[in-house]
Design a protein around this ligand. Structure first.
Ligand code: M6R
Length: 600
C-alpha cells in the first residue's frame, strides 16, 4: 500500500529513485512522483497513473540531484489524480508517506487557521505543513520533525526533504514499514528491501517509533523519545530473480510456472527448520491461524490438515475480524500468522493482540526480515522468492507446503498418525513438484477454458472438504485479475441459497478430486446441470471416470487426497490468468489493488 523511496548519494539519485519505485510499484500504481533538492530549492514532479507516466515526463524534462524522495501511490484519501499524488511539498518541506493519518481533519483545520493553504484531498498534506509550522517557530529540521510527529495519530512511514538542509534526508516510522540501505555510494530508504537499488549491500529495519537522519556517508537512528541510538546495518544480498519476466508476458505467468521449484525449495527448508522449533507440539491444545486474502485460504486448508493429520483443534480467522472480536485464546495454544509480504497491517495487529495475550507466535512469511517475521517468536520463511504479480500464486502454494510439513510434524510428535502413514505422506509430498509440472503441461486446456470466460459476467467455483478453500481461492483469483464476478461455495451449501444464481450457461467450476466426498460433490454437479449451468470439472485420473458423459473437464494427476489443494491451486490460477489475458486486463497490476496492504 503505497511505496516510498529516498536516496542521498555522491552521484545523481534520480535513476535510483525510478529504479526503486519500479521495483515496488506493486505496492500501488495510482500515481507516482519524486521530489529532489538542488541549490536550496525543492522540485516536485508527479503524474497520475503508472510510473511510466512519471518516467516519460522525466525523460522530457530531466532532473538530477544528490538527494531526493519518491512515491508510488495506492489511494486512500482523495482520488488517484496528480494533485493528490505524492510527494506533498510546500516551499520548505517535501514528504512521501505510506499509511493513514487518522486525525488529519483536525490538523488540517488547525493548519488552515495558521495560514497554510492545502492543495490536495489527502491526509498526507498535513505533514509538510505541520513540520513547516515548527520550522517557522525557529526550530531546526530534526526538532521540527520530532514535534510534528507527536501530533500525528495513525500509521506512517515517511521520507522528508528540507529545502534548507541539503546534506540530510529524514525518515520516520510508526505502524508502516521502513528499511534503510547503504552502499559505497550513499544511503537510501524504502518501504521494503525490493525498493533498494542493486548497489545496496547493507540494510537496517527501522523499529516502531524510530526516526533516521541520513547523509551521504552516515546515518543516525533516533528512538521514539528523540534520543540517538546505536545500531549497525546488516549485510544484505538482493534476490534478483524477480527483476525479469524472462520469456513470460506477465510476472504472474512466470510465478505460476516457478511453483515446482518453489515448492521443492520450501519443502526442503521447512523439513530442516520445523524440528528445530522450540515448540512442544505434544502439549498444544489448540492452534489459531490468522491471515488475510489468499493467505487466509492457506489457513483454511491448514485447518483440515492439523485436525485430520495431527488431531489438534484449529480456529481460523481473517485478521481484520480476529483483532476486533476479543478472541479467547488457549493459554497452551499456538497462534500462527500467515503473510506473503509480512507487512499486512491487519495481520500484524492481530499478531500483536495474540502476543499481548501471552500466545506463542509462529509466523509463515515470504519476505525475510519483514515486520511480521521480526515480531514473531518463531518464523518460517517460504522459499517462493519475490512475488511481483499482485495476485498471489507461488507464495500461496509455498505457504501450503510449509503448513503441510508443519501438520505432519505435529501429527508425528503427538503420535496422531502411524509411522507408515507419515512415511507415505512424506513420499507423496516429494512427488508434488513433478505433479505440478504435469499440471502445467496441460496449460492449453486451461487456456481454452479461461478464454471461454471472456463472454461471461459471472462464474462460480464449488468444492467440498479440503477443496472448499480452493473454490474460494479460485473465485478470488478470477475476480481480482479478470474483474469477472466470481464466487466460491462449499458445494453442499449451494442448495441453501446460491443455487438461485444458476441459470443456463453460467460457468460453474467443480473441484472434484477422488476423495471421500466425491460422490456428494458429483450430486451437487448434477443439481447445477439440471438447472442448465455449464459445469467444468477439475478432476483427477480416478475421479474423471465417474463424471457424467459430455461434461467439460480437465484431468489433473492423481495424488494423495490430502495434498490436492496444492495441485488444484495451479489449475485455478491458470484459469484466472487466461481469462484475464483474454479480457485484456493488466494482469500483474489489477485495478484498485496493491500487493502489500499496510493500511487497515
Ligand atoms: O501479504 P499477505 O499474504 O499478508 O497478503 C494478504 C492478502 O492481501 C493477499 O493474499 C491478497 O488477497 C492477494 N491479492 C490475493 O491474490
Amino acid at each position: 500500500m503505497c511505496g516510498i523511496v529516498g536516496s542521498i548519494n555522491h552521484y545523481d539519485i534520480v535513476p535510483d529513485l525510478l529504479e526503486g519505485l519500479g521495483n515496488i510499484e506493486y505496492r500501488g500504481y495510482d500515481s507516482a512522483g519524486i521530489a529532489v533538492l538542488n541549490n536550496n530549492e525543492l522540485t516536485t514532479i508527479k503524474r497520475s497513473g503508472k510510473l511510466r507516466n512519471l518516467a516519460q515526463e522525466l525523460s522530457l524534462k530531466p532532473l538530477s540531484s544528490h538527494a531526493g524522495i519518491g512515491h508510488t501511490r495506492w489511494a486512500t484519501h482523495g482520488k488517484p489524480n496528480e494533485t493528490n499524488a505524492h510527494p506533498h511539498s510546500n516551499h520548505d518541506v517535501s514528504v512521501v508517506h505510506n499509511g493513514i493519518i487518522e486525525n488529519y481533519l483536525d490538523l488540517r483545520n488547525w493548519l488552515t487557521a495558521e495560514g497554510f493553504r492545502f492543495q490536495s484531498d489527502t491526509d498526507t498534506e498535513v505533514i509538510p505543513h505541520l513540520i513547516s509550522l515548527f520550522l517557522e517557530q525557529g526550530l531546526p529540521p530534526q526538532e521540527a520533525l520530532n514535534i510534528a510527529l507527536k501530533h500525528l495519530d495513525g500509521a506512517f512511514a515517511i521520507g522528508v526533504l528540507f529545502r534548507r538542509d541539503a546534506e540530510h534526508l529524514y525518515a520516520a516510522r510508526r505502524g508502516s514499514p521502513l528499511v534503510l540501505g547503504q552502499s559505497d555510494l550513499g544511503l537510501c530508504l524504502g518501504s521494503d528491501t525490493m525498493a533498494l537499488t542493486s548497489s545496496v549491500d547493507r540494510v537496517l529495519y527501522l523499529e516502531e517509533g524510530e526516526q533516521a537522519r541520513l547523509s551521504r556517508d552516515h546515518f543516525c537512528i533516533i528512538d521514539a523519545n528523540g534520543q540517538p541510538i546505536k545500531r549497525e546495518m546488516k549485510l544484505f544480498s538482493h534476490q534478483i530473480d524477480s527483476q525479469s519476466k524472462q520469456s513470460h508476458q506477465f510476472y504472474m505467468h512466470k510465478e505460476i510456472h516457478q511453483q515446482a521449484d518453489t515448492i521443492r525449495e520450501t519443502f526442503y527448508h521447512t523439513q530442516r527448520q520445523v524440528p528445530e522449533l522450540p515448540i512442544n507440539f505434544k502439549q498444544l491444545d489448540r492452534i489459531s491461524i490468522v491471515a488475510c486474502g489468499t493467505s487466509y485460504y492457506a489457513a483454511m486448508v491448514a485447518k483440515y490438515w492439523f485436525e485430520q493429520i495431527a488431531k489438534v483443534p484449529v480456529d481460523i480467522d481473517v485478521a481484520s475480524e480476529f483483532r476486533y472480536r476479543d478472541p479467547l485464546l488457549s493459554p497452551h495454544g499456538l497462534s500462527i500468522f500467515i503473510s506473503q509480504s509480512g507487512e499486512t497491517a491487519d495481520t500484524l495487529a492481530a499478531l500483536r493482540y495474540a502476543k499481548n495475550q501471552g500466545q506463542k507466535i509462529l509466523s509463515i512469511v515470504n519476505v525475510a526480515g519483514s515486520t511480521i517475521a521480526r515480531e514473531s517468536h518463531f518464523s518460517l520463511q517460504t522459499q517462493a522468492g519475490p512475488e511481483v504479480g499482485v495476485a498471489s500464486t507461488k507464495a500461496f502454494t509455498a505457504q501450503l507446503a510449509v503448513l503441510a510439513k508443519l501438520a505432519l510434524h505435529t501429527g508425528h510428535s503427538r503420535n496422531a498418525m502411524s509411522f507408515s502413514d507419515a512415511s507415505h505422506l512424506m513420499q507423496e509430498i516429494s512427488t508434488l513438484p513433478g505433479l505440478i509440472n504435469m499440471t502445467l503441461g496441460v496449460e492449453d486446456q486451461f487456456k481454452t477454458i479461461g478464454e471461454s470466460l471472456k463472454a461471461c459476467s459471472n462464474a462460480f467455483f464449488i468444492g467440498r472438504g479440503i477443496s472448499y478453500p480452493l473454490a474460494l481461492e479460485g473465485a478470488l483469483k478470477l475476480k481480482e485479475i479478470s474483474y469477472l464476478h466470481a464466487e466460491g461455495f462449499g458445494a453442499g451449501e449451494l442448495k441453501h441459497g446460491p443455487i438461485a444464481l444458476i441459470e443456463p450457461g453460467v460457468p460453474v467450476f467443480v473441484l472434484a478430486p477422488s476423495d471421500s466426498l466425491l460422490e456428494k460433490t458429483l450430486s451437487n454437479l448434477e443439481e447445477v446441470m439440471a438447472r442448465g449451468g455449464r459445469c467444468i470439472v477439475l478432476a483427477d485420473q480416478r475421479s474423471c471416470r465417474h463424471l457424467p458423459e459430455n461434461v467439460e473437464s480437465i484431468t489433473l494427476p492423481d495424488c494423495d487426497s490430502r495434498l490436492t489443494p496444492i495441485l488444484y491451486a495451479i489449475a485455478v490460477q491458470l484459469i484466472a490468468y487466461h481469462a484475464a489475458l483474454a479480457i485484456g486486463t493488466d494482469v500483474d497490476q489489477p485495478r484498485n489493488l496493491a500487493k502489500s496492504v499496510t493500511v487497515e
